[in-house]
Design a protein around this ligand. Structure first.
Ligand code: 5GP
Ligand code: MN
Length: 320
């Protein structure tokens, strides 16, 4: 079994690096800190790395402050990437390719559809039926001789909670809910999670949501709902780009729409798109892939070089 292979790597090696994906979400962060706590308790030398800033709502997670922005890969014997979706999203594609070739201890833990990481990783522990990478990590931790304490349980429940949209999305399986019950039994702090993740909107964030909602547009032919946020909007509201998380899910709750897309200008001046659908017949991940991105069937994203023209509530996105 692949999980047994991973467990023997963990037993045989001391220096382990856990990697969080770029533009980190609750799942990648939570699964990583849970794994970190477990490996530390086994006496391993463990580090965590994420090239991007940690969004405020997740700063409550235990050990999150120990995530580093960059790290020397040469210090590690085993590298585990969690929830990355593709090689580029690890933030360190070239260094990882080299590591996998030379050390043969590169492990991919994920729940995304097939992608270029599968070829490069030496062990792929992938379950596309899992609600989240956190769900997979919980199953792995149960097989390790570690105490599954309330910090681990809180982290894992955070990952499941965020990737299922608070148990609202169709990736919530009977197993997901069974695991959620186990986590609560292990002391997971659900109230802390809901307070930080969904009930924690600043005035600036809500103003920004207001701007996005005021620009809502429904394409009658495609039945797609879309909106846009510029860098100027962030400045005007005093909000950060991370405070947009969740807007596209709200847009996706509009009845009779096939999909929702939120476009926003990134700090680098590119255009990023967040896509969601509720329809089983629509594969939004495939659409994102057409534009060089990817993701799941019902939640995906991409970044393109494009120019945004905004005029009152009308806008255009012109590919460069
Ligand atoms: P979000 O809209 O929350 O940024 O992303 C939703 C999901 O789409 C993510 O969890 C991730 O699985 C996927 N995703 C978003 N952007 C990208 C991208 O640029 N590349 C790939 N491969 N997946 C992405
Ligand atoms: Mn995930």
């Amino acid at each position: 079994m692949l999980v047994d292979k991973l467990i023997s790597k963990i037993k045989n090696y001391e220096n382990i690096l856990l990697m969080v994906h770029v533009e980190p979400d609750g799942d990648t962060l939570a699964a990583t800190v849970a794994f970190y706590i477990a490996l530390k308790s086994l006496g391993k030398k463990v580090s965590m790395v994420c090239i991007d800033e940690i969004p405020k709502p997740f700063l409550f997670l235990p050990q999150i402050k120990n995530i580093q922005k960059d790290i020397l890969f040469g210090d590690f014997e085993v590298i585990i990437v969690i929830d990355c979706g593709d090689l580029r999203r690890t933030g360190f594609p070239e260094r990882l390719k080299k590591f996998a070739k030379v050390f043969k201890n590169f492990i991919n833990i994920d729940h995304h559809p097939k992608n270029d990481l599968w070829k490069i990783a030496n062990i792929n522990i992938v379950d596309q039926g899992a609600s989240s990478a956190s769900e997979i990590v919980w199953e792995i931790l149960k097989k390790l001789p570690v105490e599954l304490n309330c910090d681990i349980a809180t982290a894992i429940l955070t990952g499941i909670y965020t990737d299922t949209g608070g148990f609202k999305h169709s990736n919530t399986s009977p197993k997901t809910l069974e695991i959620a019950a186990e986590l609560l039994a292990h002391g997971a702090r659900l109230k802390t999670i809901t307070k930080n993740v969904s009930l924690n909107k600043s005035v600036a964030a809500l103003k920004l949501w207001g701007v996005a909602l005021s620009r809502l547009h429904k394409n009658q032919y495609l039945q797609i709902v879309s909106s846009v946020i510029t860098r100027q909007d962030l400045d005007d509201c005093g909000a950060t780009y991370y405070e947009l998380a969740g807007v596209v899910n709200l847009m996706n709750s509009i009845p009779d729409s096939k999909a929702a897309i939120l476009f926003f200008e990134t700090p680098e001046g590119n255009i990023r798109a967040s896509l969601r659908t509720e329809k089983d017949s629509v594969d939004i991940g495939k659409i994102a892939k057409l534009f060089g991105g990817g993701g799941h069937k019902k939640a995906a994203g991409f970044t393109i070089e494009a120019e945004l023209k905004l005029n009152d509530t009308q806008w255009e996105i012109l590919l460069k």
